[in-house]
Design a protein. Structure first.
Length: 93
């Protein structure tokens, strides 16, 4: 799946998020699938789910961290693809 950075990431209503010492656990109550995020993943989750678009989240992340922009885009796309596959996030145009 190709992530459209002009889209917005939405958390489905059946997904619970629990923060634990900087890390997060995501649980889809419908499918009973869960996913653990380390500190970086939890930070990415918080930025992307609070932004008006994935591109806006990417730009904010790019300004806040010292990482190659191409690597950041790839890592963000990979994370979102995994979360979509698990039903833990929805990408909406």
């Amino acid at each position: 799946m190709q992530i459209d950075f002009n889209s917005r990431a939405q958390v489905p209503g059946e997904v619970l998020v629990s923060d634990l010492d900087g890390e997060s656990v995501l649980l889809n109550l419908k499918t009973e699938s869960y996913f653990g995020l380390d500190e970086v993943g939890a930070w990415m989750w918080n930025v992307v789910t609070g932004a008006e678009s994935i591109e806006a989240a990417y730009e904010a992340m790019k300004d806040d961290c010292d990482v190659d922009p191409a690597r950041l885009r790839t890592d963000l796309s990979t994370l979102l693809e995994q979360l979509v596959a698990e039903g833990l996030i929805r990408i909406e145009s």
